[in-house]
Design a protein around this ligand. Structure first.
Ligand code: 6R9
Length: 635
């Protein structure tokens, strides 16, 4: 158990040094001591960032579900693995023990097999935050199928694109979902999506809301009767270390989402090890991450990381504002939550509300608070620290990405002294570098630059599904022999990192990454629109909100502007989902462009943020006159 659990700062530095001096030996020891393998590896690491090709634990054989479930059965069989807290506080919580989880995963795995799913097949999962969601991931992993979870807040269009991109033949969904006081017709969205997906032959439907749904003969089946009939044990498929475990889509700077591929062994080792240390998880703790499993945070830190440690992980179906703004704290009190992991956007929304919502509840069980998804501003940090943690629970501001699979820069609670807005120090094994625009590394402290990582870590994504060239071009071509994160960062006098935000065309709204291109594509499909550009501007709660500049085609000029705004947002909702709606839409006659025709987003961003004092030199633009007009009519 030597290096598994870091307990003080000196030890962090010691272990960190060891992990970068000899990464292979370091990770080999972790892998050896803390996991069960059907066969050990022949080689710990081989890598070449120029191809790029990264392989961890090559030759090893395992099944991740044996590590997340089976091996716990002798000692933790009756321990709660998943604690499900429903949307409605009056509905009873479900405590699913490791033994029950084993049975439910096996039954689901057998149902998938009965429907022709084999090792390597892709299965699309479009489910709300109910136990079947976590169980579906694990059932796929059990039989070696590759899961592709699509966040159930995405539109039917976005779902269809993702199903087709990875050629999924089977979709798991539910009749509907609860979200606060609303119900959402998920099955209807699936039906619509599948009009565009001829390859899907089976849809397995969980009954969550007793909804009225149409079941397409031969394609759609209710899941429960199949589970009831299925055999309660399922032999785990033996996988190679580098076999894909899942695909998860993230936004990029072009219209097509990127299906990030994570593989088995490295992902397991890294998520488990980071979970243990970042949350200082102890055997009896109850851990709660409020993310949705539709995002990487849910994959790594609701499902795989916690279960690989035999933890109790809370799955919450609801929203922070239902039935009132005290819901998070009511759940913390009810389940005596010890580690609580959420996003700055949720903290900011709750900080706007009366403190009574929080003071009513006993939060004394909390030991560690986490933040993820976007930079946490100082005010939100203090609110979280003072009112939730009562200044007694360290805040871990964890920086990482869908592509990194696990937490990369974070304090270790009770070990690393924290500073508001700083993600602080690299996690064990992580070698960050700040780069200038010419491609040179900026050494030393009190500097800022573009954040890269110099050396592979076990859970780095291995490719983009079906497009390895794009993987190379996006992450490994900006800087030679480095993984480029797309984020800017500064390193302060003591070597702490602060993430300053994206330096590419991705905008983070309420913690969701949105690419500008797909939103612009969707606006441009409106018949009255000629061209558009969107940028982010600061927003109290969402962090960033979207500001759209839209050029209308001539005939559009006569149309009612308010109606057009509604139609444009409606269109975005249909194409991408409501999270991508624009807060402001300004109609313009032109967009500032460089002579090579590139939209100067920098200028548009400044105007949207009402920061026009220093627009820089606009004289080199193709159309400098348009800038004045845009400023004059800005919203
Ligand atoms: C895990 C996750 C990744 C992008 C990332 C960065 C931003 C995430 C952050 C943070 C500042 C933090 N981000 N955590 N920025 N501080 N603690 O969120 O993955 O959805 O892929 O987003 O989110 O910009 O590049 P993903």
């Amino acid at each position: 158990m030597s290096n598994y659990h870091i307990k003080h700062l000196e030890e962090y530095y010691q272990v960190y040094r060891k992990s970068v001096r000899n990464p292979e030996a370091f990770w080999e020891e972790i892998a050896e001591e803390h996991f069960v393998w059907r066969k050990k590896w022949d080689n710990v690491l081989s890598w070449d960032f120029s191809k790029p090709e990264i392989k961890w634990f090559e030759g090893a054989k395992l099944n991740i579900t044996e590590n997340c479930i089976d091996r716990h059965l002798p000692t933790r069989g009756e321990k709660t693995a998943i604690l499900f807290e429903p949307n409605d506080p009056n509905e009873e919580a479900q405590h699913i023990t490791y033994r029950q989880l084993h049975e439910r995963v096996c039954r689901m795995a057998n149902v998938l097999k009965d429907h022709g799913v084999k090792k390597g097949d892709r299965v699309c999962i479009y489910l709300p935050m109910i136990p079947e969601l976590a169980i579906s991931l694990l059932a796929c992993a059990r039989i070696g199928a590759i899961h592709s979870v699509v966040f159930a807040g995405f539109s039917s269009n976005a779902l269809a694109t993702r199903i087709n991109d990875s050629d999924c033949k089977v979709v798991l969904t539910s009749d509907g979902s609860y979200r606060g006081s609303k119900t959402i017709d998920l099955k209807g969205l699936v039906d619509k999506a599948l009009e565009e997906c001829p390859g899907v032959h089976t849809v397995l439907v969980t009954n969550r809301i007793n909804g009225k749904v149409e079941m397409k003969e031969g394609r759609d089946k209710w899941l429960q009767p199949l589970l009831d009939e299925a055999y309660a044990d399922c032999v785990a498929e033996i996988m190679n270390a580098e076999d894909p475990l899942f695909i998860l889509y993230t936004s990029g700077s072009t219209g097509r989402p990127k299906g990030m591929v994570h593989t088995t062994a490295g992902y397991m080792v890294y998520t488990a090890y980071t979970f243990k240390n970042t949350f200082q998880y102890r055997e009896e703790d109850v851990y709660w991450c409020t993310a949705d499993i539709g995002w990487i945070t849910g994959h790594s830190y609701i499902v795989y990381g916690p279960l690989a440690n035999g933890a109790t992980t809370v799955m919450f179906e609801g929203v922070p504002s239902y039935p009132d703004f005290g819901r998070f704290w009511q759940v913390v009190q009810k389940h005596k939550v010890n580690q609580f992991y959420t996003a700055p956007t949720a903290i900011r929304a709750l900080a706007k509300e009366n403190l009574e919502f929080i003071d009513k509840y006993d939060l004394s069980s909390l030991k560690v608070l986490g933040s993820v998804g976007e930079p946490i501003n100082e005010e939100a940090w203090h609110w979280y620290n003072n009112n939730v943690g009562k200044k007694m629970s360290p805040i871990v501001d964890t920086w990482w990405q869908t592509e990194t699979g696990g937490i990369m820069i974070t304090p270790i609670p009770y070990v690393t002294p924290t500073t508001p807005t700083y993600a602080t120090l690299p996690f064990i094994g992580i070698q960050p570098a700040l780069m200038d625009e010419e491609g040179k590394e900026i050494k030393g402290n009190q500097v800022s630059g573009r954040l890269c990582i110099k050396f592979p870590w076990p859970s780095i994504a291995r490719t983009i599904w079906g497009d390895h060239d794009r993987y190379r071009d996006t992450y490994f071509s900006a800087y030679k022999n480095m993984y480029f994160t797309g984020d800017g960062a500064l390193r302060d006098a003591v070597g702490y990192y602060r993430i300053t935000g994206r330096v590419d065309d991705v905008i983070i709204v309420s913690g969701h990454n949105l690419g500008t291109a797909p939103i612009e594509d969707s606006i441009n499909e409106h018949p009255a629109v000629a061209e558009s550009a969107i940028v982010g501007f600061p927003h109290d709660i969402k962090g960033n909100a979207l500001y759209g500049y839209v050029i209308l085609k001539e005939f559009g000029e006569t149309r009612d502007r308010e109606n057009l705004r509604k139609e444009i947002n409606q269109q975005i909702t249909e194409h991408i989902g409501p999270i991508a709606k624009l807060d402001k839409i300004q109609f313009v006659t032109g967009l500032p462009k460089t002579r090579s025709g590139k939209i100067m987003r920098r200028i548009l961003r400044k105007i949207a943020s009402k920061d026009i004092s220093n627009l820089g030199d606009t004289s080199t633009l193709l159309n400098p006159e348009v800038v004045e007009e845009i400023i004059e009519n800005s919203l």
